[in-house]
Design a protein around this ligand. Structure first.
Ligand SMILES: CC(C)(COP(=O)(O)OP(=O)(O)OC[C@H]1O[C@@H](n2cnc3c(N)ncnc32)[C@H](O)[C@@H]1OP(=O)(O)O)[C@@H](O)C(=O)NCCC(=O)NCCS
Length: 250
């Protein structure tokens, strides 16, 4: 059975010094960083590389002892993250990233070509027009029955699950988000344990496994499309890897 490993890092667990973070970049990553002009985008992108490499070097025994700057996490042609250790071929691992306001989440399966997506969103109210534009009629009917307080969590959560699914398919927001239908069978209490969600994607004949949890003011979601990997239909344990940056030699 393959495990999906995930982590969420931010605040004091992350080095504040961008020079420290930049020191762990490969040459290809340094070149890409130069193309990012906006400070916030640079900071998010840097944090994403740091968290991804931390997770990869912690959970994938093939990368233990490999210096962070020998690993590249670069965008593929579709925008999805791809890991390189030597220039010939992508490293056979599946990885997804999300970052928001100084926090970054990463999920890794130490096998190639798994369709997995992770997403982090701040819980906040969104206007009715947002729901009407981006949610299916079934989702809108579900949301209509909720109180205002529950709706902020539910809308954020369902939006995040849509993004996680579209990342897993490597299409991102180039697809209409109404192709993804999200159902929340296990209630809406905002606690930090993982709970299952149900996802279907119009036009994609595949089974999905999806989970969500609440972390502070954020939701964290994870979606795995099991179309080509039926063994992933078995329960996939999620493990949290603590982030202690002092222990990482770059
Ligand atoms: C992919 C997308 C859903 C990301 O969502 P987001 O909430 O903006 O940002 P997140 O922090 O959660 O995720 C960003 C990460 O998603 C990953 N990503 C980007 N495109 C991806 C894709 N097509 N498939 C899978 N993952 C993708 C990247 O790893 C990115 O981080 P990085 O740039 O540091 O490597 C969205 O930005 C997107 O689809 N962008 C491309 C299409 C677009 O730009 N449309 C215009 C806006 S409507």
């Amino acid at each position: 059975m393959v495990s999906i490993y995930w982590t969420l890092a931010g605040g004091s667990a992350v080095p504040a010094d961008s020079a420290f973070l930049e020191h762990s970049l490969s040459v290809a990553e340094q070149i890409y960083l130069q193309s990012l002009r906006f400070p916030r985008r640079r900071a998010d992108w840097l944090l994403g590389r740091w968290v991804a490499k931390h997770l990869l070097r912690t959970v994938d025994e093939r990368l233990r002892g490999v210096e962070a700057r020998r690993i590249s996490v670069l965008r593929s042609a579709q925008g999805s993250p791809q890991v390189w250790v030597s220039p010939e071929n992508p490293f056979p691992v599946s990885l997804s990233l999300s970052h928001r306001e100084g926090w970054a989440a990463c999920a890794v399966a130490p096998v190639p070509n798994w369709a997995l997506g992770i997403d982090l969103e701040v819980i906040e109210p969104r206007p009715r027009s947002f729901v009407e534009d981006f949610f299916t009629l079934d989702e809108q009917a579900f949301l209509h029955r909720l109180s205002v307080a529950q709706a902020a969590l539910a809308v954020t959560l369902m939006w995040s699950l849509k993004e996680a699914a579209l990342k897993a398919l490597r299409v991102g927001l180039t697809w209409d988000t109404r192709r993804v239908n999200v159902c929340l069978p296990s209630g809406l209490s905002p606690d930090p344990s993982w709970r299952a969600a149900r996802i279907t994607v119009r036009g994609v004949q595949a089974s999905w496994q999806a989970w969500w949890c609440v972390v502070g003011q954020n939701v964290l979601t994870l979606a795995v499309c099991t179309e080509t990997r039926p063994e992933a239909l078995v329960y996939v344990p999620l493990r949290h890897v603590s982030t202690v940056h002092q222990s990482i030699g770059c």
